[in-house]
Design a protein around this ligand. Structure first.
Ligand code: BG6
Length: 478
């Protein structure tokens, strides 16, 4: 669906995120025919550069980080015609009038803050002061949205001085992932799952976001954050919300976000022995976390496994196990809803123990799989086996689905459409920090160090024990 013409200003337009994600994503939307005539994309940053220089940079970024299959030769030159650049001093006066002069009257204006949070206030203030933004303009902000509850509150308050909540788009790119949206379609578009989606039928839920990359190159940021702030407080929390929330009355921004907020507020505090922190160790063969972070004594975690509970009628007694880490065995992210055993086996003990598991694979090989129990084929009597009902998106939707749109593509277009459903509201972010803060404070107070784990493993052994103690097992990372 095409969107209305817009002016998009990317502050931090020369930065890493703009080059890797935002600009290539916009280009792919252009190739898909979604970019309206009259759209304009302006990079803004401190670096001295002219339009032509920025266009060269954009072209290079697109070549490096992917244009996508559907982009024909020559499209890039057309796309570059939409691009401009303005030198702007976020903390001073320079460049703002010139930037304003580049904007078109009567078009949707979106301002993407692809910069550190310390500049959010300066940018918001100047956008208003120099008359670039009005009450219909949108601002997009990236994580990290604060470092804890206090800083997140301060950021919310600063933005609120200049913009209404309906104008603020806080990105959590996991919400833009195709499978994550599909999770809502599966839950609320089918009659099949919802009656079983509760503590009576679900034994437990596992959410795993495993990465093979380390923190090399961004150790400076990461070492102050760790996996809890970098991944759990936002991405894993959002996944948990979508799994656990009540059906919203409509697929509309506040209806969805109200339900997610209730989940976060229903989370019990995590007990210290229900959480395992880890740090990767390359044993001299590969870089260890501490080398990547540039601090030989760092106690920041690159891995987290935890058990938590959503204390409400639907989920009382059903544990949610969350796990994420860097330099693990494989890049594999999935949510597994593990259903309870059938209440009684009419086939006897020989038939074995069988369980239905609904797996939602976020990446790679996006898709869903439902494990069902059937009779083992053949004359050998009644023996049961589990087989997957597999719905890989690539298989189910044909060759076009191989190119699953990147999360950023979807989200940026939603900003232009003015649809906040897949963006975090200020109170949600604060509630997530309110749950995270005591966990981190607990480690600090107890002076706890993370457990080492081998590069290429599934994380520290203690994380296996976390499950084992409950008579359960993590699914393999593969
Ligand atoms: C980012 C984190 O938000 O998400 C990174 O800061 C992490 O540390 C990344 O690697 C993972 O995103 P994706 O889309 O590759 O799963």
């Amino acid at each position: 669906i095409p969107v209305d013409p817009f002016d998009l200003v990317i502050f931090g337009g020369t930065g890493d995120l703009a080059r890797r994600k935002i600009l290539p994503g916009l280009f792919r939307r252009f190739c898909a025919g979604q970019m309206p005539e009259g759209a304009q994309i302006i990079g803004a940053a401190r670096t001295e550069m002219d339009d032509a220089g920025f266009r060269d940079m954009v072209a290079e970024a697109i070549r490096e980080f992917g244009g996508g299959r559907s982009c024909e030769d020559g499209t890039l030159d057309e796309f570059l015609k939409l691009i401009g650049y303005q030198v702007v001093d976020a903390k001073g006066e320079d460049g703002w009038k010139e930037l304003k002069a580049r904007l078109n009257d009567g078009l949707i204006r979106a301002f993407y803050f692809s910069v550190g949070p310390s500049l959010f206030g300066d940018l918001a203030e100047r956008l208003r002061h120099f008359g670039l933004a009005d009450d219909d303009s949108r601002v997009v902000v990236e994580k990290p949205f604060g470092h804890d509850l206090k800083t997140a509150r301060a950021l919310n308050a600063t933005l609120a001085q200049h913009f209404d909540e309906t104008q603020i788009y806080r990105i959590d790119h996991y919400l833009g992932k195709e499978t994550v949206q599909n999770l809502m379609a599966v839950r609320f578009g089918n009659v099949l799952f919802e009656p079983l989606w509760n503590a009576q039928y679900v034994d437990h839920i596992q959410i795993t976001v495993a990465e093979t990359v380390g923190v090399g190159g961004r150790g400076g940021y990461y070492d102050k954050s760790g996996a809890m702030r970098d991944m759990v407080q936002n991405h894993l929390m959002q996944l948990l919300c979508l799994i656990a929330m009540e059906p919203p009355a409509r697929f509309e921004p506040d209806a969805v976000r109200d339900e997610k907020l209730k989940v976060i507020r229903a989370l019990d505090p995590v007990l210290p022995h229900h959480i395992v922190r880890g740090q990767y160790d390359g044993h001299g063969v590969e870089p260890s976390y501490r080398e990547d972070a540039g601090d030989p004594r760092s106690t920041t975690e690159s891995f987290i496994a935890l058990k938590c509970h959503v204390s409400n009628w639907r989920w009382a007694g059903t544990p949610f196990y969350l796990r994420t880490g860097k330099k693990l065995r494989a890049r594999a992210s999935e949510i597994a809803v593990v259903f309870k055993d059938a209440p009684h086996s009419i086939f006897g003990a020989d038939a074995g123990r069988h369980r239905n598991i609904l797996t939602i694979r976020l990446q790679p090989n996006e898709g869903m799989e439902l494990g069902v129990t059937i009779k083992e084929p053949g004359p050998g009597g009644m023996r049961l086996v589990d087989v997957p009902l597999d719905m890989s998106f690539a298989d189910a939707l044909g060759p076009d689905s191989e190119e699953v749109p990147d999360a950023y593509e979807r989200l940026i277009m939603d900003v232009i459409r003015g649809n906040q459903t897949l963006f975090m509201r200020g109170d949600e972010v604060e509630a997530a920090w309110a749950w995270t803060d005591p966990i981190i404070e607990g480690w600090q107070n107890r002076g706890e160090a993370p457990k080492p784990y081998d590069v290429g493993s599934s994380g520290p052994d203690d994380s296996l024990m976390l499950m084992h103690r409950d008579g359960r097992k993590w699914r393999d990372i593969r």
